[in-house]
Ligand binder design. Structure first.
Ligand SMILES: C[S@@+](CC[C@H](N)C(=O)[O-])C[C@H]1O[C@@H](n2cnc3c(N)ncnc32)[C@H](O)[C@@H]1O
Length: 274
């Protein structure tokens, strides 16, 4: 039998293909057939279970409880909006979104954060979700219909090459996605390009508190499970500053000593020129 490749032997495209495969199956998850619990603040576990994705897993009731503890107003939300949630925090909670704003969600999955943001920006605002996995986009679009959300749009694309115009977005949110990108610098450069001067970025993501063992980093299931592709917090913040972001800070984090689910905020300077 062919040996499974180590992450360092894979091209960026091969890594993304593994990520897509994992999240295609997360998109098919239902409350009746849940996954086991994974890396989901504040459930108590950051270590992904082999072969599993990032996210809460658990029964519909367990996911609702976890999301409620994270500050999501889950009452009344259809199961299909929450059962494929694979985030590790609540970036909308720190986004201070206002009526009329345009928001972009990087790696929007089944759409929960897009719908939360859409309520905050109202009818005059809009929220665009970008994701590369067709099954997630299909679920998110069906969810938009169920929610009657007319101010949202889901676009297929790679967050390392955003299908979004320069300087066109007021705020970017992202929930447990950038750790999965093989080239994080490209993601931050693209985010900076599409934000208007003065625009802001609010991220929930997994960062490392100390380096992983080589063995852990080379395991594909760890990568797709939101741990293997994570980098040290200081390196993460440095990459954001390198592309021009200002006021880059960790707003809060929840750590198990090895890795942490962090909320990170940054601003594109008002004076920024292309
Ligand atoms: C861990 S899930 C999080 C989904 C969603 N943010 C949530 O909180 O439920 C990661 C999502 O990001 C998407 N993704 C990962 N890498 C991506 C990339 N390079 N470009 C676009 N989407 C990506 C996956 O398809 C998946 O839907």
């Amino acid at each position: 039998m062919a040996r499974t490749k180590r992450v360092s032997e894979m091209s960026h495209e091969e890594i993304k293909s593994e990520v897509k495969k994992t999240y295609a199956s997360v998109a098919k998850r239902t409350s009746a057939q849940p996954a086991k619990s994974g890396c989901c603040e504040p459930s108590g576990a950051t270590t992904p279970i082999e072969g599993e994705s990032c996210g809460c897993g658990g029964s519909g009731t367990q996911i609702r409880l976890i999301l409620g503890a994270m500050g999501y107003p889950v009452r009344g939300l259809p199961d299909s909006v929450i059962e494929s949630f694979a985030g590790c925090g609540n970036p909308v909670a720190i986004a201070d979104l206002k009526d009329g704003e345009t928001v972009l969600d990087l790696g929007s999955g089944a759409g929960l954060d897009v719908f939360m943001a859409a309520k905050k920006v109202g009818e005059t605002g809009r929220v665009i979700g970008v994701d590369m996995t067709p099954e997630m986009l299909e679920k998110a679009r069906a969810n938009a219909k169920k929610m009657g959300a007319s101010n949202v749009e889901f676009r297929q694309g790679d967050i390392e090459r955003l299908p979004i115009q320069d300087d066109s977005v007021d705020a970017i949110i992202s929930n447990c996605v950038i750790n999965l990108a093989p080239d994080k610098s490209k993601v931050f450069r693209e985010s900076y390009r599409v934000l208007r001067p003065g625009g802001r970025m609010m991220i929930s993501d997994i960062v490392l508190e100390k380096p992983l063992t080589e063995e852990a980093r080379e395991e594909v299931a760890n990568y797709t499970g939101c741990l293997g592709g994570a980098i040290l917090e200081a390196d993460y913040l440095a990459l954001m500053r390198e592309v021009g972001f200002e006021d880059v800070k960790v707003v809060s984090k929840w750590s198990d000593g090895q890795s942490a689910s962090a909320k990170i905020r940054a601003v594109k300077p008002k004076s920024a020129k292309d």
